[in-house]
Ligand binder design. Structure first.
Ligand SMILES: *[C@@H]1O[C@H](CO)[C@@H](O)[C@H](O)[C@H]1NC(C)=O
Length: 251
């Protein structure tokens, strides 16, 4: 039976044979030919689109054929290796020697306490790279304030000030005391959310980047984030604070 079917199929290819399908007479060789042509067309168009996208992506990103997007993190062997090796722990002081100046060591950076191996981005994070100031430290504060000279540390206390409007006695006097207090409370709350969002942007960037394996956590003493004096807001961020507090409605 199986042999019979295959002979029939073979014959269909060689010699057009009419068959009944849904009560209609059809020539299968004709149908197959049309099918073939359109499937091939679709394939050709798809292949062209994919190739064009790859070429454009490589041209634009200079490194990725897939817009730096479609490569899941786990497809990077270094990510798998780091995962298999288990989490490493370094103190903030330990991190300093992994800033790329010693070429025999990997380049590490931390963001919000998570350490990434950014050796694959030596051209950005190495001594000549434009992001070198992030290497060898947890510079979370600088990721938010952009003060790379003084804020290469993870202390986020007081950073929210950069989003809080400067006090303006003329405007402030228009508020009832309680209202002003409430307004300031809300301003601070919104500002803290902005700090969180700004940091999260970078936290997510490194977490998702297929190039950079997470290798562990920065080891810190408990309660470190509330110890010591609150750092002052860097000059650049201070100078960019919003100047005008909104006037109360109708005043
Ligand atoms: C940073 O880490 C702290 C503590 O681990 C966490 O509560 C916070 O949500 C993290 N921030 C971001 C932006 O991921």
């Amino acid at each position: 039976m199986a042999e019979k079917a295959s002979t029939v199929r073979q014959r269909k290819v060689d010699v057009p044979v009419t068959t009944k399908s849904n009560g209609k007479i059809v020539d299968p060789s004709l149908i197959r030919k049309e099918d073939h042509v359109s499937a091939l067309d679709v394939f050709r168009s798809l292949a062209f689109v994919v190739l064009a996208s790859c070429a454009l992506s490589y041209f634009v990103t200079r490194e990725s054929l897939f817009w730096n997007l479609s490569r899941p993190k786990w497809t990077n062997p270094d990510v798998v290796k780091a995962w298999l090796a288990g989490p490493k722990q370094y103190t903030d002081a330990d991190l300093a020697k992994y800033d790329g100046t010693d070429e025999s060591l990997p380049i590490l950076l931390a963001i919000n306490g998570t350490i990434y191996d950014v050796s694959a981005g030596r051209r950005h994070y190495g001594p000549d790279g434009s992001y070198h100031f992030f290497a060898g430290a947890d510079a979370s504060r600088a990721f938010v304030t952009s003060c790379f000279d003084v804020d290469r540390n993870p202390d986020l206390r007081g950073v929210e000030k950069m989003y809080i409007p400067l006090d303006n006695p003329e405007v402030d006097s228009l508020y009832a005391e309680g209202d002003l207090k409430m307004l300031k409370y809300l301003e601070k709350k919104a500002a803290k959310q902005k700090v969180h969002d700004a940091l999260k942007h970078w936290v997510d960037f490194f977490a998702k980047s297929p190039k950079y394996p997470a290798i562990g956590q920065v080891k810190r003493e408990k309660g470190w984030e509330t110890k010591g004096p609150v750092p002052t807001l860097c000059e650049k961020a201070e100078s960019q604070r919003p100047t005008a507090r909104a006037r109360p409605a109708g005043k």
